[in-house]
Design a protein around this ligand. Sequence first.
Ligand code: GLP
Length: 250
Amino acid sequence: MKLTVLPDAGQAAKAAASRMAEQIRSKPNAVLGLATGGTMEPVYEAFLRHETKGLDLTQIRSFNLDEYIGLPADHPQSYHRYMQEHLFDQIGMDAGRSHIPNGLADPTLEARRYEAALLEQGPVDLQLLGLGRNGHIGFNEPGSPFSSLTRAVDLAESTRESNKRFFKEGNLPPERAITMGIATILRAQHIVLLAVGEAKAEAVARMVAGEVTEEMPASVLQGHAQVEVLLDPAAAQGLQDGPIPKPLAG
Ligand code: GLP
């Protein structure tokens, strides 16, 4: 794993945006693995503001990590809508080139279809990842098999609690999602994981220096040959020499 600590969260997001642009510059028909969540908003913002000038975006294709089950594409909190608002509308990305699991389809069949599409069109050249406070990647919660493929999953209570902030007051996120599996994610040629803020520090330390275990999904990245972890100082604060943090509760 290559670790890069940037001076602040904004510069960490900018670094992730420039990794995206470098990938597209070196391979205009690159397959990008895209992520959502609060951490990624400034990445797409920086990409649009600083990286698109002169960049050919007409041939890229994309696969998103995940989608909530039960939310229609036009629901304000669906990841379809997130991607439209934060990236696709601005770059004129058409639906034929951008893939996101359909939250309204039969989950088992949709997961199978999505995995098959990834196998046919992949591998993903550059996969962007955020990090859950409990160590999840995509929606692969603690306990997800390292051999898992795209599938329907139950979300951890802590994940629903933490993503509640994006939903209208009183509305909890759906209980289930379709997510690329751990083995699906690992097929990517390059992975860039971005984590910022103190709330991610413990998960970052366990991901980078802790035991590789299915209880800490992101720890699997220790075994991937091309992973870059971009951090701000707050997210990196658990990485000084010292004991590895105790396992997270939930
Ligand atoms: C969400 C997403 C993940 C994301 C993570 C962190 O639930 N499924 O792909 O990386 O949790 O989210 P945030 O960036 O909002 O902290």
